[in-house]
Design a protein around this ligand. Structure first.
Ligand code: ADP
Ligand code: MG
Length: 237
């Protein structure tokens, strides 16, 4: 049997924001993210975490090396649309990710842009809202919601696009403890349902929920293992 193809594969990736930068934002960066896994990515400010997120769905492309999404080379422009649909990116600030004045319209925004039939949009929106526990609030104005609720709406908007994998770049950084808990619980449930989750975070308690922790430092992976191994290895932190 052939081995299962990773959903995200970085192969010796080097990336600079500016051609003249002496130090790359990612350097000789190689990693495979398995389908169905829950991976936490941690590392100090400026270590390259957000750069990793942007390369994982083709927003940025490697200078050298390759990024594959479900076997598709992100540098091949014929793969652009497929790559972006397979990897849903969620960012730190929920307010920047909300575009509509009614919760369910916001979640419908992506599927509407795909030009899907109305019944399918309805079905996807309801499914996504239920998956993040926001179905009962579907007629609310997003501006009336808490940070944690807004971030769950942003996640629902991604789920409605039926991605294979969610990559979340510090999605709880701006939330209060209650909001953080809601988002983490949502991610854990989505992962149990089969969604691959890559959670970039600076909270160790959050990283412990993952089944694998990757530590980035100075543009490179310095540790990679179970939370138990990583957090007992003081040197890597
Ligand atoms: P992290 O998310 O871990 O804080 P980043 O991936 O944002 O790290 O940044 C990695 C490196 O790339 C840092 O040195 C940072 O200063 C640099 N960098 C990030 N974004 C940009 C940008 N838009 N333009 C130039 N340099 C950037
Ligand atoms: Mg960052």
């Amino acid at each position: 049997m052939s081995p299962k193809r990773p959903i995200i594969s970085f192969q010796e990736v080097t990336f600079r924001y500016d051609r003249d930068d002496p130090v790359p934002a990612l350097e000789s960066f190689s990693v495979d993210i398995d389908k169905g896994s829950f991976v936490a990515v941690i590392g100090s400010n400026g270590s390259g975490k957000s750069t990793f997120a942007k390369l994982s769905n083709g927003i940025s492309l490697p200078d050298s090396g390759k990024v594959f999404v479900d076997g598709l080379d992100t540098s091949d422009e014929n793969n652009d649309i497929a790559v972006r649909r397979k990897i849903g990116l969620v960012f730190q600030d929920p307010d920047n990710q909300i575009v509509s004045s009614i919760v369910e319209d916001d979640v419908a925004f992506g599927p509407e842009n795909l030009g899907l039939p109305i019944e399918e949009i309805r079905e996807r929106v309801d499914y996504a809202l239920k998956a993040v526990g926001m179905y009962d609030l579907r007629f609310k104005e997003p501006s009336m919601l808490s940070g944690g609720q807004k971030q769950r709406i942003a996640i629902a908007g991604m789920i409605a696009m039926r991605p294979d994998c969610l990559v979340l770049d510090e999605p709880t950084a701006m939330l209060d403890p209650k909001g953080r808990k809601e988002v983490l619980q949502t991610l854990t449930e989505l992962n149990r349902g089969g969604m691959t989750v890559v959670l970039i975070t600076h909270f160790m308690q959050e990283a412990c929920l993952a089944d694998r922790v990757i530590v980035i430092n100075n543009a490179r992976i310095v540790s990679d293992g179970s939370p138990e191994t990583i957090f007992s290895d003081r040197d890597s932190l």
